[in-house]
Design a protein around this ligand. Structure first.
Ligand code: TXA
Ligand code: MG
Length: 336
């Protein structure tokens, strides 16, 4: 396949045309290019090239029924992807695009079934990152891209993470530096009534409510059927993850001690660390601000994997704002 993965250093502020054009050429030939978005890095293929899209599933080890998000660079690109754009979608597009909001809409027959896992809907978003937008424009077609990580692993938020998972397996990585959001986009299903958030992200339920009236958090079995990605264990480091209440330093110290006694290598990820009750463990103190926390969480989980940690004890965050998305990912990382 690809014997060598080229890494191109691209300016996130003013993406160099020459570099973008060479990446677009790779996509045009049916190759795979990882690129930054504001949320996480994506692993992209030309969305209208079914063979290239299938290759994404192969390199990620992704279940074939887990559909991908199609990335567009202008609202006009929607026409080729969907048969119908409901009125509420237009308002959301106006307000939140480009940005971390994915809309599930009725699919047009032109979208390959491989992209949508055979569903009659398609997930679409317009990313905010300039490199991503320039790449889609240069290709002249939408780009299908799941998060750039091996299936089940924490999403890649730097080019280095992408290289960890895909060196020698994909053609190219556009390195635009670390992402600015850190958790994947909010997935909003507008094909059901009331609209449902299938995956929380930086655009919150409170942000969406004024445009939709009622919008529900879709966690039930129905939403699992609708968003196959939410069925699988996800965002998981190799270590076992245990969540503890914020500030419960006693519980952290006790669990750390117990695991250490069992001969395990232990790490603690916390924000409230004031006491002298220091656990014998690798400790990562995270920022108080949830926006800053979100940017770092996947990187920290990957770093602890590199250190071959067996047990990660993570303090829960408050489920407010982007904290809902953070806790969603942490709970999944902790799912056994
Ligand atoms: O921020 C993001 O969304 C990133 C960047 C690269 O754009 N992409 C991303 O893609 O997170 P992925 O494939 O890792 O997650 C896509 C999620 C999955 O949970 C998938 O099941 C869901 O969106 N999805 C995709 N198409 C769907 C559809 N037609 N109906 C319901 N859920 C869908
Ligand atoms: Mg993913």
């Amino acid at each position: 396949m690809s014997p060598q993965t080229f890494v191109l250093k691209v300016s996130p502020k003013a993406p160099q045309k020459r570099l973008i054009l060479s990446a677009a050429e790779v996509l045009r030939r049916g190759g795979l290019v990882a690129f930054p978005t504001e949320t996480v890095y994506g692993l992209g293929a030309n969305a209208l090239n079914a063979t290239a899209v299938k290759q994404i599933f192969v390199v990620k080890g992704r279940p074939l029924d887990n559909p991908m998000i199609v990335h567009i660079a202008s609202v006009a690109d929607l026409k080729a992807l969907t048969t119908h754009v409901p009125e509420e979608a237009n308002q959301l597009i106006e307000k939140f695009w480009p940005g971390p909001l994915t809309l599930i809409l009725q699919k047009s027959p032109d979208v390959p079934d491989d992209v949508t896992g055979g569903l009659d809907t398609v997930a679409v978003r317009m990313p905010q990152n300039k490199i991503a937008l320039a790449l889609i424009k240069a290709l002249g077609h939408p780009i299908a891209a799941p998060s750039a990580n091996l299936s089940g692993r924490p999403s890649g938020t730097t080019a280095g993470h992408v290289l960890q998972d895909f060196a020698g397996k994909i053609d190219m990585i556009l390195d635009g530096g670390p992402v600015t959001v850190g958790v994947e986009s909010t997935v909003l299903d507008l094909s059901q009534k009331p609209p449902a958030i299938l995956r929380p992200g930086a655009v919150t339920q409170e942000d969406l409510a004024p445009f939709l009236g009622r919008v529900v958090m879709g966690r039930g079995t129905e939403s699992k059927k609708r968003s196959p990605g939410t069925r699988y264990r996800h965002y998981s480091p190799k270590a076992r993850v245990t969540l503890v209440e914020p500030g419960d330093e006693k519980a952290i110290a006790k669990l750390a001690k117990q695991c250490t006694a069992e001969g395990k290598k232990v790490a603690v990820v916390a924000r409230h660390f004031t006491s002298t009750r220091r656990p014998t463990a690798i400790v990562r103190i995270m920022p108080q601000e949830l926006e800053e926390y979100a940017k770092l969480i996947f990187a920290v989980l990957r770093e602890l994997d590199e250190l071959a940690v067996d047990e990660i004890i993570i303090e829960r965050t408050e489920e407010k704002g982007i904290g809902v998305a953070i806790m969603d990912r942490l709970k999944r990382a902790a799912a056994r």
